[in-house]
Write a protein that binds this ligand. Sequence first.
Ligand code: PHE
Length: 368
Amino acid sequence: ASASNAGADDDRLAVDRARFLAEADAVTDRAGLDALRVSWLGRKKGRIKDLMGQMKSVPADARRAYGQAVNALKQTVDARLAELTEAFESRASAARAAEARIDLTLPGRPPALGGLHPVTRVTRTIESIFASLGYSVAEGPEVEDDVRNFEKLNIPADHPARDDQDTFFLDGDYGARGLLLRTHTSPVQVRTMLARNGGQLPIRVICPGRVYRNDNDLRHSPMFHQVECLAIAEGLTVGDLKGTLEAFLQALFTPDTQIRLRPSFFPFTEPSAEVDITCPFCGGSGTVTAADGSEMPCPVCSGTGWIEILGCGMVDPRVLDACGIDPAVYSGFAFGLGLDRVAMIRYDIPNIRMLFDNDERLLRQVQD
Ligand code: PHE
């Protein structure tokens, strides 16, 4: 009898087990899971508690088996509830991760790129042209002394050329030591020559940098930029100077740019010349077509077809001598040009001050 009783209990628990597993399979969310837990494990009305309570009505010899069967059912319930809890948790965390996901297909926010200053662009262009001709770049200080800015360049103390350059001298003790803001980049050629101690020739350098003159109008700023070119070797001639100028200016402006040399004077070169190029705006014709179709004088060259671009010459033997280079053996040429002026021509900037106002609209507008 006890065996059959036990069998009846087992069958009843098998029904419970099947019902629990079916209910567990039907759970779709957390609330359903909580309800399932309460209905099976609840301390007051849970089914397991209920089954335990029925122990009293089980015959004494079958109680042990019955208790084990209820325990086995409880373990099934525990295990399945734990499994479902775990499943819901990982589903929730996957959902959270999906929400926090970065959408790599969204277009990025473009960084605001700065533009290079027109003077920087022109400087770099000139540096790369001369690099391709075998030149290197030399630099010097903007606070210079009288000796390198003037004397070694064959401009003695009483020379009228000093007046042309509207020099800013430094006050006080500095002034007594002959310090000034360099008025041109030519003192860098002095430094370059002196540094060679009479040897290590030939020299092929360009010297770009800021220079200062007490001058201020639409085309002049008290601070502006020059680049100086210096070549020294045995047997250099005006032909070498002219060929270098042509190659340089055609690379800087247009390949069909023509140059002309007009005799001029600089204390540090002999002979000296001003160099004009055919106007890059009107191609040297001197006229441009106005908006109404009529021909008018080119505003850049004032109708002449030419614009003055630089000063040059063969390095004066006195300068070579003062810088420790034997003029009986070596000769050289030099030229200097204003970078701001080149930038104004190249980027059609009407007023030199626009280059130094730091208005970023200018930088955005200027493109090569
Ligand atoms: N240093 C001259 C100036 O500032 C330019 C120049 C350089 C002329 C080299 C001739 C040779 O005006």
